[in-house]
Write a new protein. Sequence first.
Length: 519
Amino acid sequence: MWQKIKGRIWGLLWIVPVFLMAASFSIHGMAASPVWAAVDGTNAVLYLPQEGEITDCQVGTVSCGNVQVTPISETEVPVKTLIILDNSLSIPQSERPVITQLLTNLIGNRMEGEQFTIVTIEDEIHYLCENESDYLTLSSTVNGIQYQNQDTQLTDNVYQAIETLFEETPLQFSRVVIIADGVDDKEIGYTRAELQELIQKCGYPIYTVGCGPNNSEERTALLDNLFALSRITSGQSYYFGDTTDTYQIAQGVCEYNQAQQVVIQLPAEVCDGSVRGVKVVCGGQEYTAQLTMPFESIPASSVPAPKADSIAQPAEEPPAPGMPLWMMAAIGGAVVLVLGLGTAVILLVVRRKRNKKNDRQEPEEDEKSSEIIEIRDNGPAIRHWYDDLPGEKPDEFGDFSANAEENTVRVFGSAPGGGPRRTKHLRLVDVKNPSRFYETSLKERVTVGRSSSCQITVDHTSVSRRQCEVYEEAGQVYVINCSQTNPTRMGQTVVDKPMLLKNGAVLTMGKIQMRAEII
């Protein structure tokens, strides 16, 4: 039978610049509780899972005296809790009421200001509520969960849910609760190894709750893979085959409710961009983490300007002894004459170039080439170029009426010398739904991603906020990946460097496949 796993691991976790990593450490042979840490400006921020007096604080070998301690219950948003639930029919019917009771205990034990996000997973993520604190809303959400006959893509969706949480609030302490019947080892989409790397990078405590039977080697492997996610960041794991005490499980998940936030003002001598260890001793327990130090910058306004009389002036060359005044005057006149002639020649050249430019006949307006930028999309929640235009908008099929020509955006341009210029256009066509496509000019670099600030916005949770960029250079079109955790692929190749984008190539962004057409 499965026993409650209290994952306590040694070692340090990799960190990324400015972002945070979590780590667990040991003292006197005893394993420490998980520590979540971050760098915020010139401050190091640690969340310790216990209250107590701070008796020692060091960054590297430098002692720190400027330390501020605050119970997280007194912060505006003490913690964000992400709950990920597999609501497929593979969850035994006898365990579904237990899950409902567990979720009810979690929201009932919430902290003031704690924000809950609850999602269910199948082939895609379904957000039931986001950043919600109201008990009635949360209770209604929990009691309204339905279990369906579906295939669950757990690895992909857990990856995307955690990545979204991290990208939105990288400096916010958060915890993740995963309730499922296991994690597979599939090689399509995000792999289990990639999910583990993301959990390491974010550092959130992961709490896993295993459901379903444990009556075969396959089921044992699936549950083992699930519980392994908790061990990455020293979270805790539970199995309904061992305990259905939902109050006990909720207490374990809420172990950080009594935590305190420790803010350390980093001394100037450690703000050099290096990776340094941070050690805090609280109540006799030592907590350590490794963080990338910031670079301390001095505002330009704080640097005093040199006084006028302090600026060294070049010493004038005294005249040669015995040089007569008439000779000095002659030399000076020659210098003035040379400078005057040089200036006259420069002005003459500039004037001739200007006259040539003015004499060049500009092409008539109707002879200029037109570049039509269009974006058509039948998908939900996509921002189009025509949203900001007055007048008629397209219908639900993305088509304009007979007056559509008035709403078409045209950008006119001409090549040097007055000849027409042909600017390439990029069209991305959804492979699964060809009626959904995006089109824009390649006059400038085109950013593709989930963010509304991108030139092409693909509204799908598996797509990163800034997924990739497409640009034209020397007559060729290239694509370059922008996401560090969600790589863009062209065919089966990861776009880890600028790659030539050929007409008809298929770009994979998360779970979306787009066929690129250069027109």
